[in-house]
Design a protein around this ligand. Structure first.
Ligand code: RNT
Ligand code: ZN
Length: 418
């Protein structure tokens, strides 16, 4: 390992040790945390099942950066590249439209066999898999409603798709020896103010109850439900609101999924974690970055990311929190987007672990808010970067911005030839 990396690490360790922080132990803990990389950053949420389908459901990718993956093999190669530049062992999060098959199958006909290519690959790479039914970008979702649709036939189609998705997820969990988190998000909602807010919610609840009626061993599959405040075209009303899924998840024992971009502009998910986890066993996060709206920008090291990390670490909530990423930026190199967002998420967790938590809690309890503010602020410039560099090197991944040259080379050799 580079001598400067080791030297600065050893110096940094002394500063942290003075506050009772054992940096080696912190790094051991950090290496156990899995981040779920969302496959859809790799191809602008297109998938492979329906070629040339427009993205729908009130989400949008802007930008036409060259080189996005066009086949399952390309996407896997790209993920391998990204993962080789990110320290730790992680998971990959698939959507149903990413099936790896030549068969002409619709969403309600999907089976585990259509994802065998992914399972074999994940096994080979030592990765876990997560899953999502895809309730958008499909003719049967064209009017913006799926599981809460008033047309019984359409609602049935989506129920069947969601049931099929859980079977696929169960297969992932069984094959890979770790649970697959299956996230249910539907875009259903109205552009303009509805007269009847209740009926679609009643139908959504009934659909979900039917989907979840089959018991699946939590060793293999964990269901999560994701709320939203508004989308493009569902500005006035979203059926699956936060209150809806909070009630649903808590009464049905489902994990609640909090996406950082799905709330009012000044409302943050960091402030919700400790409350929800008091009453819920598990949580799923979609770490994202809203810019003015649910714009799904690449995750940066901003205040909210730090606050999410601090809450998870200070409250010891990590063991019950599944951390997934959810952003899609089509204006920059697709692999760099993964690397930047994932490295930032891990780095934020490390920074949070390198704070004198017990000392700060004691000071707060004693009512010494002066010291609390002073210490929290001083720790913002403690040398976590030296620890991060050492961690990257010790995991065999590039230190600092060295990863960028690898992405640029891959762009020349692979992406621009597509
Ligand atoms: C949409 C939700 C959802 C999607 C993915 C593709 O607003 O955040 O999680 O982004 O399922
Ligand atoms: Zn999301």
């Amino acid at each position: 390992m580079d001598q400067t990396v080791t030297n600065t690490y050893n110096e940094a360790k002394k500063l942290y040790a003075a506050h009772g922080i054992n940096v080696d132990e912190v790094l051991e803990k950090l290496s156990q945390i899995k981040i779920s990389l969302h496959c859809w950053q790799g191809d602008d949420v297109r998938g492979f099942l329906f070629k040339d389908k427009e993205l729908s459901g009130g989400i949008a990718v802007t930008g036409s950066y060259p080189g996005r993956a066009g086949t399952p093999d390309e996407l896997r190669k790209d993920l391998e590249k990204a993962l080789s530049l990110i320290p730790g062992k992680h998971k990959v999060n698939l959507h149903a439209i990413y099936a790896d098959t030549d068969e002409k199958v619709d969403l309600d006909e999907l089976e585990p066999k259509h994802f065998q290519g992914w399972v074999d690959w994940a096994k080979d790479q030592g990765l876990g898999l997560d899953f999502n039914p895809t309730c958008f970008s499909h003719p049967k979702a064209a009017d913006g409603f799926t599981l809460s649709h008033s047309d019984e036939e359409i609602r049935r189609f989506w129920i069947t798709h969601c049931k099929a998705s859980r079977k696929i997820a169960e297969h992932f969990g069984r094959e890979l020896g770790q649970p697959c988190v299956t996230n249910f998000w539907v875009p259903d909602g109205y552009k303009d103010t509805p007269v009847d807010r209740l009926s679609p919610r009643v139908r959504l609840k009934e659909s979900l109850d039917e989907i979840f009626s089959e018991e699946i061993d939590p060793q293999y599959n964990i269901d999560a439900v994701e709320s939203k405040l508004f989308g493009i075209g569902s500005e006035s009303y979203v059926v699956g609101s936060h209150e809806f899924y909070m009630g649903y998840g808590l009464t049905r024992g489902k994990a609640i999924c909090l996406d950082a971009g799905h709330f009012h502009p000044t409302e943050v998910i960091s402030n919700k974690l400790s409350s929800i986890l008091m009453f819920s066993e598990q949580l799923l996060l979609h770490v994202s970055r809203p810019v003015r709206w649910d714009s799904d920008h690449v995750v940066t090291m901003d205040d909210e990311l730090m606050d999410i990390a601090r809450e998870l670490v200070r409250g010891d909530l990590l063991p019950r929190t599944n951390i997934g990423l959810d952003f899609f930026d089509g204006s920059i190199n697709h692999i760099a987007a993964w690397v930047i967002g994932t490295r930032n998420t891990i780095k934020a967790l490390l920074r949070a672990m390198l704070e004198p938590i017990e000392e700060l809690k004691r000071i707060e309890q004693e009512g010494d808010y002066t010291s609390r503010l002073a210490l929290v602020e001083e720790f913002k410039s403690y040398p976590f970067g030296a620890v991060w560099d050492y961690y990257c090197a010790s995991q065999g991944t590039p230190v600092r911005e060295q990863w960028l040259a690898e992405v640029k080379a891959y762009e020349q050799e692979v992406l621009l030839k597509r």
